[in-house]
Design a protein around this ligand. Structure first.
Ligand SMILES: Nc1nc2c(ncn2[C@@H]2O[C@H](COP(=O)(O)OP(=O)(O)OP(=O)(O)O)[C@@H](O)[C@H]2O)c(=O)[nH]1
Ligand SMILES: [Mg+2]
Length: 217
């Protein structure tokens, strides 16, 4: 896609402990693939996907970084300009849930408290032997004002929903959306009302809503 072919460019960053499935969620969303032997991320990876949303061409840029501290670089530039954050834990490993505060603090310190939409994703919902209940994650999401969904990159469950609901919330915040306008676009779609929500909805149903429950899909 040429630079002028999209109305908005929306940056989404994916964060969370190592091995929770950040890269797997990204690859499922962008390429609809899954690798059971996904290599650990070193540094930063980046993928783009175009979506039509509420009658607009949206270029989603999804950034994926290493969960392992020693492979992480340049934290501030990673978060810069992000409108959405996908905060991931693994429902089968409690420590990845217990450490969410650390990741949330880092994201909020880097981006600003209300300058991005944060979606909490409990990944690996296909695993039966879970260590984090839906209820406790839901309570945490509500307290921290996060969107929330349980997903499985492996089984392609609720992955699109996680990304599209994040996008939907960005579109609901005109000030945030304004920052994502394509500067090369000659006619600003922002001159029309960007807050109108009567056109296209993401395919997801069972929307979690902010601070709300888990979307079961
Ligand atoms: N069962 C199951 N396994 C998954 C799922 N998502 C990812 N995995 C596996 O979990 C492991 C880690 O996945 P990654 O996507 O590399 O995790 P990551 O968070 O990117 O890890 P780092 O890059 O080290 O931070 C891999 O073996 C994946 O195949 C899932 O939904 N279900
Ligand atoms: Mg990775």
């Amino acid at each position: 896609m040429d630079n002028e072919d999209y109305d908005y460019q929306i940056k989404i960053v994916v964060i969370g402990e190592t091995q929770v499935g950040k890269s797997s969620l990204l690859l499922r969303f962008v390429d609809d693939t899954f690798d059971p032997h996904q290599p650990t991320t070193i540094g930063v990876d980046f993928r783009a996907k175009q979506v039509d949303f509420r009658g607009r061409n949206v270029r989603l840029t999804v950034w994926d970084t290493a969960g392992q501290e020693r492979f992480r670089t340049l934290t501030s530039s990673y978060y810069r300009g992000a409108a959405g954050v996908i905060l991931v834990y693994d429902i089968s490993r409690k420590p990845t849930f217990d450490i969410l505060n650390k990741w949330l603090a880092e994201a909020r310190d880097s981006i600003g408290d209300s300058d991005a939409v944060v979606m909490l994703v409990g990944n690996k919902s296909d695993i039966e032997d879970r260590q984090v209940t839906t209820d406790e994650a839901q309570t945490y999401a509500k307290r921290e004002r996060l969107l929330f969904v349980e997903a499985s990159a492996k089984e392609s469950k609720c992955v699109d929903q996680a990304f599209l609901e994040t996008l939907e919330k960005v579109f609901d915040q005109p000030a945030l959306l304004e920052k994502c306008l394509n500067p090369l676009k000659k006619t600003s779609p922002g001159q029309q009302s960007t807050a109108q929500s009567d056109v296209v909805q993401p395919q997801s149903s069972g929307s979690s809503g902010e601070g709300g429950g888990c979307g079961f899909c």
